[in-house]
Ligand binder design. Structure first.
Ligand code: PMV
Length: 320
């Protein structure tokens, strides 16, 4: 047996993070940063996992309970391997090498992309072509172990690519009109998605009557944002990003570091900017005319962030 490599994209939530956990729609796109998983044969009953970006290499048993908890960085890889082999009823061992260009724990769907690429590479290595929805559900199992009770938006966008209006149990493909640069600003402050989701839940239980309309308004923003994105009305889409940011702040998930990058991008001429992902650290996304993307990236760097100019990609999970 030779080796098989699969890759899957990271994602950027344009609108609707957190409210999506409560069953409301969110708008997300796949971005051209990818996680790659390469699978090779290994000793029966064992998995050798190597994650380049964490500089880690570990050998784990494949006979263990599927919910065994390993180091958090390696969890999506291990759980994805175990679940895929279990589904395929395969007892052989595998070596899995992960190489990802998606910053981890930053709100760009790195763990989901790693899980999706791993499921695809492991199944194809044994000659099985899983359907997209099967890859997504297997990856979702890993996401649940990593994040607690995620909505499933990250694994869905990583599998299908492109733009998606996501609601629990329902996905609508969004047409992306041409090249739209997204400027990402990373605060370089890692955070934990599960912890941020729990924080919102606590506030929701404390102030249900106030939080419900805020979450509903965010859901409405996503429905409207889909229309503006499809019509390539980036100026109006930017305004919605700004409104969404204010509402996320009211949910308690923004931080001074995020706000600094958001304001740096807006002052440099962005149509709009907001945090993306769970908040508490991680990244912002800014929408701007292509000719000033570079300038916005510089202002984000001056404000203490690391900037990336990314493009929306239609390419979901695939074999390399
Ligand atoms: O920070 P990320 O990329 O894990 O994004 C999470 C988005 C949330 O809506 C906060 C949680 C979820 O599961 O949808």
């Amino acid at each position: 047996m030779g080796e098989v490599t699969a890759s899957a994209p990271g994602k950027c939530i344009l609108t609707g993070e957190h409210s999506v956990v409560y069953g409301l729609p969110a708008l997300a796109v796949a971005i051209d940063m990818r996680a790659k998983a390469t699978v090779k044969p290994y000793e029966k009953g064992k998995a050798l996992i190597q994650a380049k970006q964490f500089n880690k290499k570990i050998c784990l048993p494949l006979t263990a309970d599927r919910n065994i908890i390993v180091e958090s960085d390696l969890q999506p890889i291990y759980t994805s391997i175990i679940n895929t082999l279990k589904l395929l009823r395969i007892k052989d061992g595998v070596e899995v090498l992960i190489d990802s260009s998606i910053p981890d724990a930053s709100g760009l769907g790195s763990s989901a992309a790693v899980a999706v690429a791993t499921v695809k590479a492991v199944s194809e290595f044994f000659g099985i072509h899983l359907k997209e929805n099967e890859i997504s559900s297997l990856s979702f199992e890993s996401e649940k172990i990593v994040h607690g009770s995620p909505s499933g938006i990250d694994n869905t966008v990583s599998v299908y690519g492109g733009g998606i209006l996501f609601r629990k149990g329902r996905i609508i493909k969004v047409k992306i009109p041409g090249n739209i640069p997204l400027i990402i600003g990373d605060t370089l402050k890692k955070r934990n998605t599960g912890g941020m989701v729990s924080r919102v839940r606590e506030n929701y239980l404390k102030y249900t009557g106030i939080f419900k309309p805020i979450l509903t308004a965010i859901g409405r923003i996503s429905l409207q944002a889909k229309k503006f994105l499809e019509a390539a009305d980036l100026s109006k889409l930017g305004e919605l990003l700004n409104i969404n940011q204010a509402l996320l702040e009211s949910l308690g998930v923004s931080t001074i570091e995020l706000e600094k990058l958001v304001y740096a991008a807006r002052e440099a001429g962005a149509y709009g900017a907001k945090l993306t992902g769970a908040g508490g650290g991680g990244c912002i996304v800014a929408l701007a005319p292509s000719d000033i993307s570079q300038n916005i990236a510089s202002k984000i760097s001056e404000a203490g962030g690391r900037a990336y100019i990314t493009q929306i990609t239609d390419i979901g999970v695939r074999i390399e």
